[in-house]
Write a protein that binds this ligand. Structure first.
Ligand SMILES: *Cc1c(COP(=O)(O)O)cnc(C)c1O
Length: 415
């Protein structure tokens, strides 16, 4: 037996260490479709109950939209279940190309290539276009998938301080001897909901002859007037060389991702990106549904408009109630608690009151930055938000944190 007692003990000790540090992640079983109201079994074996979901990436409420489900059924009927191939062998149907073309049109880029996920897009794109003669300059808080993509690439790696344009400029100066420079950033940073300064970044990129990559997973479909994402919000549509994004959040939430941008970059990915060449094509059922999602968001801004109204309502009422909310304009609304245990206790109390909102703490966020991250959806009606607010206020009163400053909360609960 290769998995000897010694080996088993090794892993058990590792797992015990994770538990002792209070970092063990338990899953909660959801017994309903993804929506504003979900049925959850938690803890395991408990009687399932209906709660308001305040932490899905279902920004546009399209995850269970009847038209999207209908399109998925049609895709399944007409094109079958699986492709049983990667794209370049026999895994490309016309509907894959149709989806790529719709994404290109929507994002106002030159071309688009689908990947099995945005994680795969990020893991593939850097290595496909850069070598050790080049440099990547990356925001320190970029998503794990960007970090992993950069790790797989031989280009020189530079990290600039979060959103710090002076530091970025410094790194651009330092890398002038490299053949190509690529700045990489999240469009919206998922933990704080803050937004990359793409307007200033494109100016710096022009000044220092660098390309820009934006991972817009937390923005595509809803940020900006027509929901085209951070480039639209910041007035730089058409100026971002590479956009990576996911179909697994606002755009129906099933799975899939893409690289969209300059046509030469997309072409290089088709030739070289390893997750594209060596991982299965997106299944027709998902592609067909995603095509419908694109039709919906290109026809009307109704859902992103509603999301914007909901977000405004939620932010204003939380602040009015006295919560310490990270300011911003995105539907990622973090309620700061600083202490990890407090974030867990509050999450559990909210659950008892019928509100599903998860506490985040180290290592998902830096130490001493624990929080409840709420995410607003166009699937929420005001009555959902009112009920959630009531629960938040009751729990806030219980823990005496309403109207309290960061320091006061830390004095009461520690870090
Ligand atoms: C969610 C997310 C991803 C991963 O997307 P998948 O399609 O689920 O792999 C990548 N980057 C960012 C910034 C994300 O938020």
């Amino acid at each position: 037996m290769a998995f000897s007692d010694r080996v088993r003990e090794h892993f058990q000790k590792e797992l015990d260490g994770i538990k002792e540090a209070g970092l063990y992640k338990a899953e909660r079983y959801i017994k309903s479709p993804q929506s504003a109201d979900i049925v959850v079994e938690y803890p395991e074996g408990a009687e399932p109950k209906e709660v308001i979901n305040m932490c899905a990436n279902n920004y546009l409420g399209l995850s269970s939209h009847p038209d999207v489900i209908k399109a998925a059924h049609e895709g399944l009927e007409k094109r079958g279940y699986g492709m049983s191939s990667v794209r370049f062998i026999c895994g490309t149907q016309d509907i894959h190309r149709e989806l790529e073309n719709k994404l290109t049109k929507f994002l106002e880029t030159e071309d688009t290539i689908l990947f099995p996920s945005c994680m795969d897009a990020n893991v593939g794109v850097f290595e496909a276009i850069l070598t050790k003669e080049d440099a990547i300059i990356s925001d320190e808080l970029n998503h794990a998938s960007i970090i992993d993509g950069i790790r797989l690439c031989k280009a020189e790696r530079h990290i600039y301080k979060h959103l710090d344009m002076n530091d970025l400029e410094e790194k651009l100066k330092q890398t002038q001897n490299k053949r190509l420079r690529l700045i990489a950033t999240d469009g919206v940073f998922s933990m704080d909901g803050d937004v990359a300064k793409l307007d200033e970044m494109t100016e710096l990129a022009e000044k220092y002859d660098a390309m820009i990559l934006v991972d817009d997973s937390h923005a595509t479909g809803f940020l900006g007037k027509h929901g085209k994402g951070t480039p639209e919000l910041k007035g730089v549509l058409g100026k971002i060389d590479i956009i990576t994004t996911t179909l697994g959040k606002a755009l129906g939430g099933a799975s899939g991702g893409c690289v969209s941008g300059r046509k030469e970059i997309v072409e290089m990915c088709r030739q070289r990106a390893r997750p594209y060449l060596f991982s299965n094509a997106m299944p027709p059922v998902v592609v067909a549904a995603a095509n419908k999602v694109m039709d919906i968001i290109m026809t009307t801004t109704e859902r992103r408009d509603k999301l914007e109204r909901n977000t405004k309502w939620w932010r204003e009422h939380l602040v009015e109630a006295g919560f310490d909310v990270k300011p911003g304009e995105t539907p990622i609304v973090p309620i700061m608690l600083y202490n990890a245990k407090l974030s867990q206790d509050i999450s559990n109390d909210l659950y008892d009151k019928g509100v599903y909102a998860i506490g985040f703490f180290y290592p998902v966020v830096p130490k001493g930055q624990a929080r409840i991250r709420t995410q607003i959806s166009a699937a929420h009606e005001i009555h959902h938000l009112e009920k959630a607010l009531k629960a938040f206020v009751e729990v806030g009163e219980k823990y005496n944190i309403l109207g309290k400053s960061k320091q006061e909360i830390i004095d009461m609960y520690g870090l």
